[in-house]
Design a protein around this ligand. Structure first.
Ligand SMILES: C[S@@+](CC[C@H](N)C(=O)[O-])C[C@H]1O[C@@H](n2cnc3c(N)ncnc32)[C@H](O)[C@@H]1O
Length: 337
């Protein structure tokens, strides 16, 4: 009998990862993490929640086994990360965001779409805004963006922006608008505009009002491909938007260059996709469901670099960041005019 030269470990590991993901979403849906700020026995959670004590104990054991809970002396409690991101009473609760993102990028239809092909209407329009619920995404990213993306942006900006500089900023396709909101909080003389499509713009408008920042941030509604985006900006934030320029990437980068002052900066967050569309795997897999549905919008890193260069942008050197925000930073560019 010949034995195989390779191990199936990888496939079994993927199966285990899938089970752990199911446990995570069951925990979010059952809201068990809300009961586990302190060491608590399973029977107490069962009596508070009305869940079956036997099966709840088994479930909590599994959550502890995969590192979402700690267990000591028959009592369970959240790990620090679970308490921060999965307990609904935390200001950084991400349960709803994770659930939405799981639905938005879910692959339940993958087999059918591979067999039958994309939706002809989506294929023809190739418009992300037709497929995604950007309004809900904007609402939910209001929290997510403050779990790392905003901090990395502000830390990087602080390397060259004077604390009291009276910068005029544009958050283009700003979604929640939280990048701009947190920027003007950090830089007290800054002010500017959050540009969003009309169906989404109410969300950043509400966040701006909640922060009492209406005198420093206004909302501009429109389509950034076809409508004016304003001008004389000292900083444009372009976070996660270039993919929605589809075949008109050069037009959008030229429009951004035009809208900046000669000493202005661009802050760009993109997926840095390789030419062979193999990396980063999170973006390739994350976009798969929408690409299978008919979109074809993911821009490669080299396409983006080409479009930026031809619009006159030059990349700046920024010191890398470490800690929890390591590797989250986008890129800063200056513009030659
Ligand atoms: C992936 S989200 C990024 C949101 C935000 N910049 C962030 O980093 O969290 C892309 C955003 O671009 C907006 N968008 C897409 N196409 C647009 C268009 N043609 N005009 C205006 N906004 C657009 C969407 O509404 C959405 O809020």
């Amino acid at each position: 009998m010949e034995y195989p030269a390779h191990s199936p470990r990888k496939f079994l590991g993927m199966l285990q990862q899938y089970r752990e993901t199911q446990l995570l979403f069951a925990g979010i849906s059952l809201k068990v993490f809300d009961f586990l700020t302190q060491d608590t026995p399973a029977e107490k959670i069962a009596s508070l929640s009305g869940y079956d004590e036997r099966n709840l104990t088994l479930f909590l054991n599994s959550l502890a086994a995969i590192g979402l809970l700690e267990k000591n002396n028959h009592q369970f409690r959240n790990t620090p990360e679970t308490e921060l991101f999965l307990n609904q009473s935390s200001p950084y609760y991400l349960g709803e965001y994770l659930t939405f993102w799981n639905q938005m990028t879910g692959l339940d239809q993958v087999e059918e779409l591979v067999r039958l092909g994309p939706d002809p209407a989506i294929l023809k329009q190739n418009q992300g805004k037709e497929l995604f619920d950007f309004s809900k995404l904007a609402r939910l990213t209001g929290v997510e963006v403050r779990t790392g993306r905003v901090q990395s942006f502000l830390c990087a900006a602080a390397q060259f922006v004077e604390p009291t500089a009276p910068l005029r900023i544009l958050d283009l396709g700003g979604g929640s608008g939280m990048m701009a909101i947190e920027f003007v909080r950090q830089f007290p003389s800054a002010s500017g505009v959050i540009f969003e499509q009309p169906g989404v713009a109410d969300v950043p408008e509400e966040f701006v009002a909640e922060g009492h920042l209406e005198h420093r941030l206004s909302i501009l509604r429109g389509d950034f491909m076809t409508d004016p985006i304003g001008d004389n900006y000292d900083l444009i934030i372009a976070s996660g938007i270039l993919d929605f320029a589809s075949a008109n990437l050069n037009e959008l980068t030229a429009k951004m260059a035009q809208a900046l002052t000669p000493s202005g900066y661009l802050y760009l967050v993109s997926h840095r996709v390789s030419d062979d569309y193999l990396s980063p795997k999170e973006s390739i897999v994350g976009w798969l469901s929408s690409h299978l549905a008919g979109l074809d919008i993911l821009q490669t890193r080299s396409n983006i670099e080409l479009a930026l260069t031809s619009a006159g942008f030059r990349k700046m050197e920024i010191k890398p960041l470490d800690g929890a925000i390591q590797n989250l930073m986008g890129e800063f560019y200056t513009v030659a005019k």
